[in-house]
Design a protein around this ligand. Structure first.
Ligand code: NDP
Length: 241
């Protein structure tokens, strides 16, 4: 039996690695994205993974998108809430738009995506929800009050929902990546990356998207059935909770 997995933001960066790793592990995978059609179509052509476009910050768009995925592939059994954005600014310069966009995608997006699949998972007595949070939600990061708040919120959401899902066969876990070499991180000026960020990482390098993807494949598996409400910190030793 091959299970159905949906990965938000699954066409680029960490999400793309997760989509591919789940496919290689035998899942039927759908990858959602927001607007970068060119990248998504190239990903679909290269991997054979179906891509679906909607904005995770919009509840109705999520409900409609999920219905479309389920009509194409079957009931969603594994949901990976990976889509995320940054709108960095020091707090005194942060606009309400920068705050609301990041909270809307990175935190409310988890409600919008999880709520429409939750009842089906309860009815079928099986589900895996895997939320991609961040080291900066664990420790806070200057210039990212919006992002740190959203990602810390993701961890609270994970722990609360884990308690609700446990008796229904649904596990809910989070992964907190440290700095991973994706476009989001490569957008940081090279000088800052080499002189300020990499020296803070004890293993001496950025993480690879595939290193996060392998954590997801494990949490999605039957082997991880006793793990719920947990956070995997995958950060090269940069921060211990
Ligand atoms: P990227 O910027 O490389 O990719 C982001 C993906 O999310 C894209 O597929 C994008 O779609 C999609 N996306 C963005 N906004 C929305 C939205 N509103 N609705 C649907 N899809 C959306 O990000 P990363 O791979 O770097 O990050 C993935 C996750 O990991 C994020 O949650 C991020 O916060 C987290 N993370 C990343 C770290 C890193 O070092 N890179 C460290 C810690 C956490 P499109 O292509 O259409 O724009």
């Amino acid at each position: 039996m091959s299970r159905v997995a949906l990965v938000t933001g699954g066409t680029r960066g960490i999400g793309a690695a997760i989509s591919v790793a789940l496919k290689e592990a035998g899942y039927k995978v759908a990858a959602n994205y927001a607007g970068n059609d060119e990248k998504a179509k190239a990903f679909e052509a290269e991997t054979g993974i179906s891509v679906f476009k909607w904005d995770v910050s919009n509840y109705q768009a999520c409900a409609d998108g999920i219905a479309q995925v389920e009509a194409a592939l079957g009931p969603i059994e594994v949901l990976v809430n990976n889509a995320g954005i940054t709108r960095d600014a020091m707090f005194h310069k942060m606009s309400p738009e920068q705050w609301n966009e990041v909270i809307g995608t990175n935190l409310t997006g988890l409600f919008n995506m999880t709520h429409p699949v939750w009842s089906g998972m309860r009815d079928r007595s099986f589900g895996r929800i895997i939320n991609i949070s961040s080291i900066n939600g664990q420790k806070g990061q200057m210039g990212q009050a919006n992002y740190s708040a959203a990602k810390a919120g993701d961890l609270g959401f994970t722990k609360a929902l884990a308690q609700e899902g446990a008796a229904k066969g649904i596990t809910v876990n989070a992964i907190c990546p440290g700095y991973i070499g994706t476009e989001m991180v490569r957008a940081i000026p090279e000088k800052v990356l080499n002189e300020r960020i990499i020296p803070q990482i004890p293993v001496g390098r950025l993480g690879e998207p595939e290193e996060i993807a392998r954590c997801v494949v494990f949490l999605a598996s039957d082997d991880a059935g006793f793990i719920t409400g947990s956070t995997i910190s995958a950060n090269g030793g940069q921060f211990f909770v």
